[in-house]
Design a protein around this ligand. Structure first.
Ligand code: BGC
Length: 263
């Protein structure tokens, strides 16, 4: 069975066929820019364009940058509001003619990190955070995902945490690494206070530059950069689609929570 993973991001829609047992891409990934505005029909077409690069696939796993419950989009903080209440699973399944699983982007990245990357064999509570346009979060207890946590929208200093501490905030406000790290530290300490996790996994594009700001952050909880970098979302989406298809492997994520397409 060939499974495509497709990651819908703020700037690009990226996809590739994935080996969900090894957690590896089977081909070079293909990317198109995210349409602007990122309304439903334009994004569905962008996804179809990416998928058409890889003929012969059987199933698709998709990430979405918002809350996804049973395949239906519930929030759209950084994409066009036409997505609110859209049945993404049905829309993509109809357009692609294949079974589809849809899950939150940070949840997908976390699924990949927990299965194959920085969170492997982590017992207890692990929190994956992605710092990009927004802040995405994924919570795992003994490797099992609790989906749609949305910790990027915790209030920090009177505003949404992602408005102050995302990588976009760092770029837009032209913050030094020191100043940005202070904000991230404040945010992580707040999460520590609420959750007492055993591990933070830090993902998103900025995880590549961990050496610039990790040493500036003083928290109790161990903190590691994501290992799969740009491909975590694609891999996690494909793993979830494989699980929805009844694939049994050394994976612990509950696909039932990820809006898996029935049948
Ligand atoms: C959204 C999350 C998403 C994160 C990263 C936030 O604004 O609410 O659902 O995971 O951005 O894209």
């Amino acid at each position: 069975m060939v499974i495509l993973g497709i990651d819908i991001g703020g700037s690009g829609v990226k996809g590739a066929p994935v080996d969900p047992v090894r957690g590896e891409l089977l081909d070079e990934r293909y990317r198109v820019p995210t349409p602007q505005p990122s309304d439903v029909s334009a994004v569905v077409e962008a996804v179809a364009e990416v998928a058409s690069r890889f003929p012969g696939y059987d199933r698709v796993g998709l990430t979405f940058p918002g809350v996804v419950v049973d395949g239906v989009i519930r929030t759209a903080a950084n994409v066009d509001r036409s997505w609110l209440a859209a049945d993404a699973r049905a829309l993509f399944a109809q357009r692609l003619g294949r079974p589809v699983a849809v899950l939150n982007d940070a949840d997908a990245a976390g699924v990949a990190e927990v299965a194959f990357g920085a969170g492997r064999e982590q017992a207890g509570l692990a929190v994956m955070l992605t710092f990009g346009t927004g802040i995405g979060s994924a919570l795992f207890l003994d490797g099992v995902l609790m989906p749609n946590t949305e910790f990027g929208h915790l209030e920090l200093g009177g505003v949404d945490a992602e408005v102050r501490a995302s990588d976009r905030a760092r770029e837009q406000e032209d913050l030094s690494w020191e100043r940005w790290a202070q904000r991230v530290q404040q945010y992580l300490r707040h999460l520590e206070m609420l959750l007492s996790p055993q591990l933070f996994i830090i993902g998103g594009g900025v995880s590549k530059k961990a050496d610039r700001y990790f040493p500036l952050i003083d928290i109790r909880t161990p903190m590691v950069p994501a290992a799969l970098l740009n491909n975590a979302g694609i891999i996690g989406a494909a793993v979830t689609a494989a699980q929805a298809a009844g694939h049994t492997g050394p994976l612990t994520v509950d696909a039932a929570h990820a809006g898996a397409y029935p049948g």
